[in-house]
Write a protein that binds this ligand. Structure first.
Ligand SMILES: [Zn+2]
Length: 180
């Protein structure tokens, strides 16, 4: 058995609109998206206050689409407000102490630690079962991406990763033989 590239997996778009989630988690909390100054919600319908448009539900993406196609100027105004709000929120976040900073100060995983091994193995499984571009592990951008997820993890070199992939492939082969 060889480790074959997996077919592209279609990931179901299960994204629940923000507002729905917020309602679920904090029922009754005021909807915060600036677009709500242009829409009324009644009996589960969202109504545009600028025209006769109405739609079931209160999905910000649907309503933004409506603004975009029918009320360009308002759309632009709302988008600007939203952007300002978001960057305000980012600033507040930036002021809060970050876990990441704490993590940055501690030393990376010891190379034989369970944590390092587990991620190494998952990376090898991923690389071996996809058309993984091995040179990625040598790029700063990929390292940076991983470090933003887990600053303690140390990426293996391209050669080490390739070795791990073939070790795992051998292991899988052995396991399958034992099963037969
Ligand atoms: Zn409208």
């Amino acid at each position: 058995m060889s480790v074959t590239p997996a077919d592209d997996v279609l990931v179901a778009d299960s994204a629940v609109p923000d507002d729905v989630n917020r309602e679920r988690i904090h029922p009754g909390r005021k909807r915060s998206h600036p677009l709500w100054e242009l829409f009324d919600v009644e009996d589960g319908m969202s109504r545009c206050t600028l025209c006769t448009y109405q739609v079931k539900g209160k999905f910000t993406s649907t309503l933004l689409n409506h603004l975009f196609s029918k009320h360009q100027n308002e759309y632009r105004r709302i988008a600007t407000i939203k952007q300002e709000k978001d960057s305000e929120r980012e600033k507040v976040k930036a002021k809060q102490p970050k876990l990441k900073i704490l993590a940055d100060q501690s030393s990376p995983y010891w190379k034989n630690s369970a944590e390092q091994k587990e991620i190494d193995e998952n990376l090898a499984l991923f690389a071996g079962s996809s058309s993984f571009a091995y040179h990625l592990v040598e790029t700063f951008e990929f390292a940076d991406f991983l470090s933003s997820l887990n600053p303690l993890y140390k990426l293996p070199s391209r050669e080490t990763l390739k070795k791990s992939v073939s070790t795992i492939a051998d292991q899988i082969k052995t396991n399958i033989k034992e099963l037969m």
